[in-house]
Design a protein around this ligand. Structure first.
Ligand code: G3P
Ligand code: MG
Length: 250
């Protein structure tokens, strides 16, 4: 039901490195993590870039947006200085760079499709196609543990991912799980529900598991809370505190 890793580094290396950068992946590896969650958004010229915010101003300086800027320009932007001077000029990664790094280091990927407004279907389809093409050998091998897991808060993005590459597993991200979650997840062909640990109850966890879905939570930074939700049957979660909650956490 959950062939994937249990503990996953959030946005690359959690709070130990600038989010959504290769430096983050390196930080995760240094703590023994071979499982990562990160966010992918399309550039103006339709290339997937690893970035969380649709607009500049937080992790890259200045004004503008990912959807309004070409990939080559984004890739030259400094996504590290906001975090600390040590990471100055750490670039905004191409999604394909993350794939290459993760494959080389055998890091499992939870790829969050993070579309800018209006680009839901285009982003979902692009991420699904590129991921499927990059993992063709793993998909042909037929072992789900080797498949990346796509996820999104956007129903439309996940529907487009399903249509573009139905063979890739999908997790449906829901901040608050609505009453009709199962109907939506069924239409999307989702294998898992990804939800905010803050709102999760034991009853909800039981219902999701009883319905046969994987259950993944974001973002757990308190070890006691991590133990609690695991005891409720949660299959896995991502954490910013890779220094406190290691890959072998129980
Ligand atoms: O994929 C789970 C989590 O990353 C969702 O929230 O805002 O950190 O992308 P966010
Ligand atoms: Mg995310």
């Amino acid at each position: 039901m959950w062939p994937y890793p249990k503990i996953v580094a959030h946005r690359g290396g959690g709070t130990l490195a600038p989010e959504n950068t290769v430096a983050g992946l390196r930080a995760g590896l240094a703590y023994g993590f071979r499982a990562v969650e990160f966010d992918v958004m399309l550039s103006r010229d339709g290339i997937g870039m690893v970035m969380h915010d649709p607009d500049f101003g937080r992790t890259v300086a200045g004004q503008g947006s990912v959807a309004g800027t070409d990939a080559a320009e984004l890739a030259g932007m400094d996504a590290g200085s906001w975090f600390s001077p040590e990471f100055r000029d750490e670039p905004v990664p191409y999604y394909t760079q993350f794939i290459d790094y993760c494959k080389a280091q055998r890091i499992w990927m939870n790829v969050e499709i993070k579309p800018a407004d209006g680009f839901e279907a285009a982003t979902g389809a692009w991420v699904a196609r590129v991921t499927r093409d990059s993992y063709a050998a793993e998909l042909a091998a037929g072992d789900p543990a080797g498949y990346p897991l796509l996820s999104s808060f956007s129903y439309e993005a996940l529907a487009a991912a399903r249509d573009a590459a139905p063979e890739l597993p999908r997790g449906y991200l829901l901040d608050n799980v609505p009453d009709d979650w199962q109907a939506q997840a069924g239409q999307l062909g989702a294998v898992a529900i990804h939800t905010n640990q803050k709102h999760l109850t034991r009853e909800l966890a039981s219902a999701i598991k009883a319905a046969g879905y994987g259950l993944f939570c974001y973002t757990v930074n308190d070890p006691a809370r991590g133990r609690e939700i695991l005891s409720w049957g949660v299959d896995g979660f991502c954490t910013d505190r890779i220094d406190l909650i290691g890959p072998a956490f129980t």
